[in-house]
Design a protein around this ligand. Structure first.
Ligand code: X2X
Length: 333
């Protein structure tokens, strides 16, 4: 009996020991689309750095940018993280919306007129509901970051009214919501990954694209013939810091809190940084000879009216209640 107990105890110790060691990986993969030259990549860098520092080197993460863990197909990032091919990610709501329909909320045209509107949504009840939707789909969300307000560029002409967009081939990514928005404007949208976007702009396969000013600037989109840029602020894509559920469950409660707080701090840091750089970025873009069109409120209204059908079309998929609450949060901001 004594021998059996000893063996059992030894086996238990072995098992316990091996579990304790197997629990944490030497290194966790973190997926992003944009690398360190962009605010998005810097958000991920900051998260990795803070976690490493605060865990005194116990938790190590390595960033894989350019969607390389999903062979460049950014719309597969969420699925890959859910299945465990990717441990963690800092991802755009646009790229995850095919798997999490509620994330299309942020892509509704002209829902958020300014930064305080974004904050009213992400930092309140609606943001919590969106996080619950992400959690329900098998991934643990921790914090918000920001890619930015997406402005429209093209190689053909200055755009100040919906009629100017007519017939333009526009590169979009993410969910079919973007097809609906640009179809409503009479454009010809085509879905394509970021990896394919610049080549398509270079060859003229597409006439235009939409991305935040920071992306336009750092990726030097002006160099591929995008001479016209319209500041219409039609939508902004927040970033979400997230972890695969099974990986999340392996962390102690203290380390979960550490990872989450580091994500919150990195997100806040990146949001403030990218917003504060915007004026300088716009000045640099203008200096390079890009024609920048700013819409008057009346001109913007014309775009709002022209894209109303997108709300009717997408409200069943996003959730009528969620949209109403988001609109209320924006109105009350
Ligand atoms: O592909 C884009 O346009 C980008 C980089 O902004 C996103 O990943 C949504």
């Amino acid at each position: 009996l004594k021998r059996c107990t000893l063996i059992a105890a030894a086996a238990g110790a072995l098992l316990f020991g091996s579990i304790a060691h197997a629990q944490y990986k030497d290194e966790y993969t973190v997926s992003t689309v944009l690398p360190s030259a962009f605010p998005w990549g810097q958000a991920a860098d900051k998260w990795v750095e803070l976690v490493n520092e605060r865990s005194e080197g116990r938790i190590n993460m390595k960033i894989y940018s350019n969607s390389q863990l999903v062979s460049g197909d950014q719309t597969k990032e969420f699925s890959a993280m859910r299945s465990g091919l990717i441990d963690m990610a800092v991802g755009s709501t646009i790229n995850w919306s095919p798997q999490v329909p509620e994330l299309n909320l942020f892509s509704l045209p002209f829902l958020m007129p300014d930064y305080s509107a974004i904050d009213a949504i992400t930092q309140g009840e609606v943001g919590e509901a969106v996080f619950a939707a992400i959690q329900k789909r098998g991934v643990t969300p921790l914090a918000w970051g920001e890619n930015g307000f997406r402005e429209l560029s093209n190689s053909k002409r200055a755009i100040s009214e919906p009629a100017d967009v007519e017939g333009l081939k526009i590169r979009v990514v993410g969910s079919p919501l973007f097809q609906d928005t640009f179809n409503a404007l009479g454009a010809n949208p085509t879905q394509m990954s970021w990896a394919d976007a610049k080549p398509a702009l270079t060859t003229g396969a597409v006439d235009g694209q939409e991305n935040p000013l920071s992306v336009f600037d750092v990726a030097r989109i002006d160099q591929v013939g995008q001479e016209h840029l319209t500041l219409w602020h039609y939508m902004a894509d927040p970033l979400v810091f997230a972890v695969n559920n099974r990986i999340w469950a392996t962390f102690s409660a203290d380390d979960q809190a550490l990872l989450k707080q580091a994500a919150i701090d990195a997100g806040q840091w990146e949001i403030e940084k990218s917003r504060s750089e915007l004026d300088a970025t716009l000045a640099a873009i203008k200096e390079r000879g890009v024609t920048v069109t700013e819409l008057t409120p009346t001109q913007r209204d014309a775009f709002i009216n022209a894209t109303q059908s997108v709300y009717q079309e997408w409200s069943p998929r996003i959730g009528e209640d969620l949209i109403k609450k988001a609109q209320q949060a924006v109105a009350d901001r």
